[in-house]
Design a protein around this ligand. Sequence first.
Ligand code: SF4
Ligand code: SF4
Length: 134
Amino acid sequence: MATTEAERSYYDCTKCPAYCCSIYERVQVTKRDIQRLAKHFGVDVATAQKRFTTTWQGEQILRRKADPIFGKACKFLNPETRQCTIYHARPLVCREFPARVRCAYYDLLQFERVQQGDETVVPLVQITFRNGDE
Ligand code: SF4
Ligand code: SF4
């Protein structure tokens, strides 16, 4: 998520408005993630948990904030640069995303930009979570 790592060849996070940090309402964090955040900010674990996370249906998730493009985004996304402000302390789920050589959001972004002949277009995307048995 919002990475600048060079080894990925089919998407370029530096040209993306960070869909992955914005449209997911839940970025789940583990105890280890919270410990990493605590260390990064030089606070104790309880403080980090309270300050940076909240709960959603029993899950511990990162807090969000207002975002100029998507309405809401991760608390740690820089709203101007669209980069992660805690890159080296980001949660595991962010490190693993998108877990494949292509990013579907980047493909969508490129497709729309080519279709509309405008390199600045940002298609708005919404995710609806559904239970597997629906
Ligand atoms: S949505 Fe894809 S291309 Fe955009 S920042 Fe996230 S991983 Fe990178
Ligand atoms: S912690 Fe960083 S990489 Fe993860 S969602 Fe937030 S801004 Fe994106």
